[in-house]
Ligand binder design. Structure first.
Ligand code: ZN
Length: 212
């Protein structure tokens, strides 16, 4: 995971470092704007008279993670900033039904996982609306999916390298194919089979394709 600095970041004044042990919640926001990028959001916040962009981190549609205030006290949720880390997500996830791009979603999962690894008490992940007074991060923000901290498109597929790693029902087939020299594996003898391959081998074996 890469965290990028905001180009020519505007900081007017001093940041106060967060007390890492006091951070208990990672709070997610949307921009309620279809396209605004990190520099535009930074400009809004500077125009509010704030020290800098309010979010601790900002994640674009393309998955770029920008460091806003980083591990300094943010300005994401009034009266709560001393115990939260705020992540802003590019986009409007409320006014119309939209789905978050996988690149942005997966960066969100990576960043939250990373923050939880360095902030021992940051166990909760919530939307801004959890604290009231806002619909943020919007009805169409994949909040519950993101809380699961599982990246999209990742298969948790197992690789079977040895006969004994393979499921019981497939071992006779795999052993037979090795015995016949059909299955050799790589230079270290690792078979590199996955579930789909094993199923096909067993079906073929039952069909008599590999003989007795
Ligand atoms: Zn918000």
């Amino acid at each position: 995971m890469k965290i990028t600095n905001i180009p020519n970041q505007i900081i007017r004044g001093a940041f106060a470092p967060v007390n890492k042990g006091k951070i208990d919640t990672i709070v997610l926001h949307h921009m309620a704007h279809k396209t605004a990028g990190v520099k535009e959001v930074e400009r809004w916040h500077i125009n509010n008279g704030w020290t800098a962009i309010g979010y601790n981190y900002f994640i674009c549609f393309d998955g770029t993670i920008y460091k806003g205030r980083g591990l300094n006290v943010g300005a994401g949720v009034a009266n709560h900033n001393s115990h939260i880390i705020s992540i802003g997500f590019q986009g409007d996830y409320h006014s119309a039904k939209v789905s978050m791009p996988d690149s942005q979603f997966n960066s969100g999962v990576e960043l939250i996982s990373y923050l939880q690894s360095i902030l021992p008490n940051a166990k909760k992940v919530e939307g801004h609306r959890y604290f009231g007074g806002s619909v943020c991060p919007g009805t169409y923000f994949p909040l519950e999916e993101m809380k699961k901290l599982k990246k999209r498109g990742e298969t948790m597929e197992k690789t079977y390298n040895k006969v004994n790693d393979c499921p019981d029902w497939s071992r006779a087939t795999v052993q037979k194919l090795i015995g016949k020299g059909y299955l050799k594996g790589d230079e270290n003898g690792n078979l590199g089979l996955n579930d789909t391959m094993i199923k096909i081998l067993v079906i073929n074996d039952r069909a008599g394709i590999y003989g007795n």
